[in-house]
Design a protein around this ligand. Structure first.
Ligand code: N01
Length: 497
C-alpha cells in the first residue's frame, strides 16, 4: 500500500478534504491532480467574463474567509488565486502528485485496497476520495461535420487566449451560464456574432457590485462581521429552496422580474419573444446578468433559433438549409454531468462499474458513498448539486462526514466500510419521491436529468437538512469489516511520495 488515502482533484473538494484531514491529524494521504496547478474548474475556465454566480462570502471555505474579495460575486481569477493561496497556506501542496491523471480505479476485495492506475503509473491505497467535480469535463456536441470545420473552434472551458476574435465572424453555441458571461465581453469587438440558442434561459438582474475599501477593512479587522454577512447571504439563498423544491408556484414573482429584465433591455418585440423562456422559472439554472440582453440587442448580433443541421469547412448550416459563414466557433455547451467520465473509472466489488450503476438508477447514499464500492467516498457525488446556494457548503458537509467516518472506523479497528444496500435503496426512494415535487421535474430538458428523466444531480431540499444528515457518520448504515487474515492492519503507514 502506497498511502492510506488517495484524494483525486485539487478543486474546492480535493483541497478542502486535504486540509480537513490534516487538521484531524490524518497525514497519510496523496492527492492526484491531472494538471500542474490547483483550482479544478476555476483553473480551467478562464473565458472572458467568467465569474461565480453565488455570492463571494458564501462561495469560499468557512475556515478560510477571504476579506479581500473585490466584488460581491467573485471573478474567476480571484477564486483561482484564493484556491492557490489556500493550498499553500494549509501546506497541502506537498501531498499533491501533479500531472497524475487517474485512468482506472479497481477495488481488490482480497487485499481490501483500491488499485489505482494513473498516467504516471500504479498506486495502491486503502481509501479513495473522489473530488473530481461535476463541471470538470467539457461536453462537445455531436454535430455532423464538426470535425471538418477549418476555422478556429474551442470550448469555453478551454479558452484559446492566443486567438484574437476582434473583427471576426464568431458563432457561439449555447446560452447557459458560461455563454451569458462570454457574450457581453466579446460582442463589442467582433464583426458579427451569431448566438445559437436552443432554449432561452431565465436571466435575472444581477446585484454584483464592488466591495468597498471600508467593508474590506471591516472584514479584516473584525472577522465576525464577514461571518455575519455570510450567514445573512446563506439564509437569503435558502428562501429559493422553498420555491425550487417545495412550491414552484411561488417563483412566479421572480419570473415576472426576469421578464421585465428582457423588456428593459430589448425593444424589438420579435427578439423579446425569442428570448422569453417557456418553461418554469428555476427548472434550468437561473442566470444573473445586466449585460447579456443589452449585448444581444446590438446590431452585430443575431440570435439564431433554427436548429443546427451540420458544420462545414467555413459555416454553420441550420435546419432550414441556410449557411451562416463563421471564422470562429465557441462551444458554450456545458459539461458532462450525468455522464461524468470520472464515474466510469470506478470499478467496485464483483465487476461493478459506477457509471453503469448510476445509469441503472442506483444512485448513491448521501452523495458520498455507494453500495458495492467499499472504502470509496465521493465529494459532490449524486444528488449533492444545488440550484440555489454554494457547493462549497455541501462539500464542507461531506468532508466533515468523511473525517468523522475515518475516525470512527479507526476507533473500531475497521479495514473496510460499505454502505448497506437497503439503506441506499431507501435513501434514493425518498429522494426521488421528493424530487417529483420540485421545479426541476416540471418538464424542461436540463443537464440535471438523466436519459430517463431522473434527477440524480440535485439535492431536493434545504442545504441545512443535508448538513444535519451528514453531521455524524452513521456507522449503522454501513457494513464494516476488520482486516482479513493476511492483510496486516497498519501496513499502510509507509506512505511514500
Ligand atoms: O453549460 P449549460 P454552461 N446544440 O449546460 C446548449 C456552472 N457555471 O457551461 O439549454 C445546441 O448550462 C444548451 O442548450 P439547452 C453552472 O452550474 C457557473 O453554461 O440544453 N445547443 C445550453 O444553452 C452552470 O449551470 C457559472 O437547450 C446546445 C448550453 O449549450 C454549469 O456550470 C458560470 C447543444 C449549455 O449550457 C454549466 O454551464 C459558468 C447542441 N448540441 C458555468 N448542446 C457561474 O458561476 C448544448 N447546447 C456564473
Amino acid at each position: 500500500v502506497n498511502a492510506r488515502i488517495a484524494i483525486v482533484g485539487t478543486g474546492f473538494a480535493g483541497l478542502g478534504m486535504a486540509i480537513r484531514l490534516k487538521q484531524a491529524g490524518i497525514d497519510d494521504f496523496v492527492i492526484l491532480e491531472r494538471a500542474a496547478e490547483p483550482g479544478g474548474t476555476w483553473r480551467d475556465n478562464t473565458y472572458p467574463g467568467c465569474a461565480c454566480d453565488v455570492p463571494s462570502h458564501l462561495y469560499s471555505f468557512s475556515f478560510a474567509p477571504n476579506p479581500d474579495w473585490s466584488r460581491t460575486y467573485s471573478p474567476q481569477p480571484e477564486i483561482r488565486e484564493y484556491l492557490r493561496r489556500t493550498a499553500e497556506r494549509f501546506d497541502v501542496n506537498r501531498h499533491v502528485r501533479w500531472n497524475h491523471d487517474l485512468l482506472d480505479a479497481t477495488w481488490d476485495d482480497e487485499a481490501q485496497t483500491w488499485e489505482l492506475l494513473t498516467s504516471q503509473g500504479p498506486l495502491i491505497v486503502q481509501f479513495l476520495i473522489m473530488g473530481t467535480g461535476g463541471l470538470s469535463n467539457p461536453s462537445v456536441p455531436e454535430i455532423p461535420g464538426i470535425e471538418r470545420f477549418e476555422g478556429t473552434m474551442f470550448h469555453t472551458a478551454s479558452w484559446d487566449h492566443d486567438h484574437v476574435l476582434d473583427g471576426e465572424r464568431v458563432a457561439i453555441i449555447g446560452t447557459g451560464a458560461s455563454a451569458i458571461q462570454v457574450i457581453p465581453q466579446i460582442q463589442p469587438t467582433v464583426a458579427h456574432l451569431d448566438v445559437y440558442q436552443r432554449t432561452p434561459p431565465w436571466v435575472m438582474p444581477h446585484t454584483d457590485r464592488r466591495v468597498t475599501r471600508v467593508e474590506r477593512a471591516l472584514f479584516r479587522r473584525l472577522p465576525f462581521t464577514q461571518r455575519i454577512v455570510r450567514a445573512i447571504v446563506y439564509g437569503l439563498r435558502e428562501i429559493y429552496a422553498v420555491g425550487f423544491t417545495k412550491r414552484p408556484a411561488i417563483m412566479r414573482g421572480a419570473a415576472r422580474v426576469a421578464k421585465s429584465n428582457i423588456d428593459r433591455h430589448v425593444s424589438d418585440p420579435a427578439l423579446r419573444a425569442t428570448l422569453t423562456p417557456r418553461f418554469e422559472f428555476g427548472c434550468k439554472r437561473v442566470l444573473l446578468s445586466d449585460t447579456y440582453y443589452p449585448a444581444l440587442a446590438q446590431p452585430n448580433v443575431e440570435v439564431v433559433t433554427t436548429g443546427i443541421r451540420e458544420i462545414t469547412a467555413g459555416a454553420i448550416v441550420t435546419a432550414d438549409g441556410v449557411a451562416h459563414p463563421v471564422d470562429t466557433i465557441i462551444l458554450a455547451t456545458g459539461f458532462k454531468v450525468v455522464d461524468n467520465p470520472a464515474n466510469a473509472l470506478l470499478n467496485g466489488r464483483e465487476g461493478r462499474n459506477l457509471a453503469k450503476d448510476l445509469l441503472d438508477g442506483k444512485g448513491a447514499y448521501l452523495g458520498t458513498t455507494a453500495h458495492g464500492y467499499p472504502n470509496l467516498f465521493m465529494l459532490t457525488g449524486p444528488n449533492t448539486g444545488l440550484g440555489h446556494s454554494s457547493m462549497v457548503f455541501m462539500i464542507e458537509s461531506q468532508i466533515a462526514y468523511i473525517v468523522d467516518g475515518l475516525r470512527r472506523l479507526d476507533r473500531v479497528g475497521a479495514r473496510t466500510v460499505e454502505v448497506r444496500e437497503d439503506v441506499q435503496v431507501a435513501f434514493n426512494g425518498e429522494l426521488q419521491r421528493r424530487m417529483a415535487r420540485t421545479v426541476w421535474s416540471t418538464g424542461c430538458a436540463s443537464w440535471y436529468l438523466d436519459a430517463d428523466g431522473r434527477n440524480f444531480t440535485l439535492w431536493p431540499g434545504f442545504t441545512w437538512e443535508y448538513r444535519r444528515r451528514t453531521r455524524q457518520f452513521d456507522v449503522s448504515s454501513y457494513d464494516v469489516s476488520p482486516a482479513r487474515e493476511g492483510v496486516v492492519r497498519g501496513d499502510v503507514s509507509s506512505a511514500h511520495r
